[in-house]
Design a protein around this ligand. Structure first.
Ligand code: PLP
Length: 340
């Protein structure tokens, strides 16, 4: 068993975050998926973070960070693959603070529009999260804004961790959690909460197979930069930061396994969730289902996966559910009609 006393955060931090979030972001439903249970032989639940006001779980971390800003903060900035920026924009608007969201050109237009609609300023810079982060750092130096990191921050991780608390309160018999994995704020927080409440819980992180920064970093034993590619799981893109302090050591200590899925597998899982459970979800949300469908995971008890967000590019989404090809940069994800 992991020695959790050596970790930078504790269950207390997550319980404190849950108190902060009460009344600001509602607990989301944990709903059964009879289809997934039939297919994979175990009771199966979907934690519907797509139902958050901004359509993704990132609201939790952003609200908790916003509740813990240094005194005198006049504005905030962040870099984002889209949903963190939405969360920060929403939380800043509630507090009447200026928000500037820095993103790379890989971020879908729908996400850019969503952030502007919440009243935040948007800066598009370069082709990677690292470039967006550099712009955010410049705003901290030159304009005195406070940076809210998308994952490597104690308040953000604790906020995301409240999902783990809720899942085990809603279904204490859960034995396995399938958690989409990018920078690892979500997986770190959920795993910490879940294992603190129930040490036997297995937590598996799932990423796309091109540009899986946390997977490569865990393999190397230190934070490692990876190339970025256009992906159906655009929310899972970007590095973990070469100076990562929290989410990397926490994922190293707390994740039981990390599994990678292909674009074709993500495509199929988006169709499945739509046709079987009637849920509109983005690619980054369905990687747990994709890993199961691809035979890359076996289940040994009641299982839940976090449906992390519902903000896909709708043109891409409608192409997928109607079985058409999707062109992503240099690659084409082959169209296929949905079949059980
Ligand atoms: C941010 C995000 C993730 C990954 O969260 P990390 O904390 O970066 O690992 C997964 N799914 C969606 C929809 C996201 O927005």
């Amino acid at each position: 068993m992991t020695d959790r006393s050596a970790l930078p955060l504790t269950l207390d931090d997550i319980q404190t975050a849950a108190d902060v979030l009460r009344g600001l972001s509602d607990a989301t439903p944990l709903v059964p998926s009879p289809y997934m249970e039939r297919q994979f032989g175990q009771p199966f639940w979907l934690k519907l973070e797509n139902m958050q006001p901004i359509g993704a779980f990132k609201l939790r971390g952003a609200l908790n960070a916003m509740a813990n800003l240094p005194e005198g903060t006049t504005g905030v900035t962040c870099c984002s693959t889209g949903n963190h920026g939405r969360g920060v924009a929403y939380a800043a608007a509630k507090k009447g603070l200026r928000a500037v969201v820095c993103m790379s050109e890989l971020v879908p237009q729908a996400k850019v529009d969503g952030i502007r609609a919440l009243g935040a300023e948007v800066r598009i810079t370069g082709h990677s999260q690292d470039e967006a982060q550099a712009e955010s750092a410049r705003l901290v130096r030159q304009e005195g804004l406070v940076d809210i990191p998308p994952f490597d921050d104690p308040f953000v991780i604790a906020g995301q961790g409240t999902i783990g608390l809720e899942i085990l309160q809603q279904q204490p018999e859960i034995e396995t959690l399938l958690v989409p994995l990018s920078g690892g704020g979500l997986a770190a927080g959920v795993a910490l909460a879940a294992k603190a409440l129930k040490p036997s819980v297995r937590v598996v992180g799932i990423s796309m197979d091109r540009g899986a920064a946390m997977y490569e970093s865990l393999k190397a034993g230190h934070p490692t930069a990876v190339p970025e590619y256009a992906s159906l799981a655009d929310s899972l893109g970007g590095g973990i930061g070469v100076t990562n302090r929290l989410s990397f050591p926490m994922c190293r200590a707390l994740l039981d396994d990390v599994v990678l899925v292909s674009e074709q597998e993500i495509y199929r899982a988006m169709q499945t969730l739509y046709y079987e459970d009637r849920i509109v979800a983005e690619g980054g949300s369905v990687v747990g289902i994709a890993a199961l469908q691809a035979g890359k995971l076996t289940l040994d008890g009641p299982t839940a996966t976090v449906i992390t967000g519902r903000n896909p590019d709708m043109e891409v989404f409608t192409r997928i559910v109607s079985g058409q090809d999707v062109v992503l940069g240099e690659t084409t994800v082959r169209g296929m009609p949905y079949a059980v």
